[in-house]
Design a protein around this ligand. Structure first.
Ligand code: NAD
Ligand code: USQ
Length: 398
């Protein structure tokens, strides 16, 4: 089966492309490397040293004999994406190619507009490309648990039965996202659902929780295959950040009261969930949603787990408490259903002491690459003007 991985140079995309290739799928990658450009813009880099995509796919071919063709270009460019589809004609398409950092989307008007144009226009192009070039292709789209927000009722998998004035219907679950980025995913979901209904496309929206870890069976095979590990305030996600902070003795950055609860999963489960979705396609015209996470934690619980495991390997760790730069509930009800992927075969890797210890050891191994100035949160959700790091440094220098 031919699977096109859009965003295959990124954190989830690279791990997924290799995993699917090893499972025997014919994989191609498309990416425009904007993620690497955002590192330059923000003045940060992955904790782990990652190689150029050319080196990565060459190393994979040398190691396994499996070739992964690469298409370089922007999904928001119709000529590019239509050329990719006409050339590769995928049976399934895994769409990771979006700007995925909530803080980046909240920097200012320019970044909010960029995020929504990049994500919403990119996905619209993908939908038209499927319709025009590969109508049988199954679109597997990465959404986010953050589309739902934190309502005071149980969260269902995409749809909820509503009884109203004596009548009932099954309708999309209400959305209450918390950033311009999360909003872009809601807009995508509506567009995808509409195209399934109108054109008979088939799509799976994977509402993924926060991913942690960096190692998969494939990426440990050779140093040229190493995956990225973000720890900075913009692209770093909470558990990976806490591990990097522990490695350099930086007090763990718990925002606000720390009762924020989210769904989490190991990157090894991300790649398996995508495979399971690809292997079990929906019917023609069907738009379905899977909630893709394995466990839920509060931010404070994670900080405490990191602290305990860090102490075991001789690190001194304090839990810091920072004013929350975001506008979000800091203590709330959270109970999100996540059974559909388990029903089709997911066997979760739960967060364990051994996994935390190995993540901490990776962070310690590369701690010389950590810039402590990239850790503190500067981007504010509230109505203040955000100052970018380069401007900040300019102001300080002046
Ligand atoms: P990432 O930023 O590491 O990777 C995204 C990749 O897409 C990058 O290589 C980037 O260059 C590419 N890309 C972005 N816009 C593009 C465009 N217009 N044209 C071509 N390439 C483009 O992000 P990630 O962490 O791998 O996330 C992948 C997807 O999974 C995103 O859609 C994200 O919203 C979703 N997701 C991620 C997480 C997480 O914790 N990392 C959690 C839930 C959902
Ligand atoms: N948080 C802290 N301290 C930190 C970083 C984060 O307390 O140093 C808190 C945040 O305030 C938030 C929670 O941890 O309450 C999660 O933040 P995050 O940055 O780890 O994750 P988030 O911004 O939600 O975004 C990430 C990915 C995004 C994906 C999302 C899944 O970057 O692409 O969509 O996780 S979900 O959270 O389910 O929406």
């Amino acid at each position: 089966m031919k699977v096109l991985v859009l965003g295959g140079d990124g954190y989830c995309g690279w791990a997924t492309a290799l995993y699917l290739s090893r499972q025997g799928f014919d994989v191609a990658i498309a990416d425009n490397f904007c993620r690497r450009l955002w590192d330059y813009e923000l003045g940060v880099q992955s904790l782990t040293p990652i190689k150029l995509l050319e080196q990565r796919v060459a190393a994979w071919q040398a190691l396994t004999g499996r070739k992964i063709p690469v298409f370089k270009g922007d999904v928001t460019n119709w000529h590019f994406i239509s050329m990719v589809f006409a050339t590769f004609v995928p049976d399934a398409l895994v769409h990771f190619a979006e700007m995925r950092a909530a803080p980046y989307s909240m920097i200012d008007r320019e970044h909010a507009v960029f995020t929504q144009v990049n994500n919403v226009v990119g996905t619209l192009n993908v939908l038209f490309a499927v319709k025009d070039f590969a109508p049988q292709c199954h679109l597997v789209k990465l959404g986010t648990m953050g589309e739902y927000g934190t309502p005071n009722i149980d969260i269902e998998e995409g749809f909820i039965e509503i009884h109203h004035n004596g009548r009932s219907d099954v309708l999309p679950y209400p959305k209450s996202p918390g950033s311009f980025y999360h909003l872009s995913k809601v807009h995508d979901s509506h567009n995808i659902m509409f195209c399934c209904k109108t054109w008979g496309l088939k799509a799976t929206d994977l509402n993924q929780g926060v991913v942690y870890g960096t190692v998969t069976e494939e990426t440990v095979g050779h140093e040229d295959l190493i995956n990225r590990f973000d720890y900075d305030e913009v692209f770093g996600t909470v558990l990976n950040r806490f591990c990097a902070q522990a490695a350099v003795g930086y007090p763990l950055t718990v925002y606000g009261r720390g009762g924020q609860t989210r769904g989490f999963l190991d990157i090894r489960d991300t790649v398996r969930c995508v495979e399971l979705a690809v292997l079990h396609p929906p019917a023609e015209g069907e738009y379905r949603v899977f909630n893709q996470f394995t466990e839920q934690f509060t931010v404070l619980q994670l900080a405490e787990m990191v602290r305990q495991n860090a102490v075991k390997i001789g690190l001194k760790v304090e839990i810091g408490r920072l004013p929350n730069p975001r506008v979000e509930a800091e203590e709330h009800y959270y109970n999100a259903r996540h059974t559909k992927l388990v029903e089709i075969g997911l066997k979760p890797h739960y967060l364990s002491d051994s996994l935390l210890e190995s993540l901490l050891k990776i962070a310690v191994k590369y701690k010389h690459r950590i810039d402590r100035n990239a850790i503190a949160p500067r981007i504010q959700w509230r109505k203040t003007k955000n100052v970018r790091r380069d401007e900040d440094e300019h102001v300080l220098a002046g």
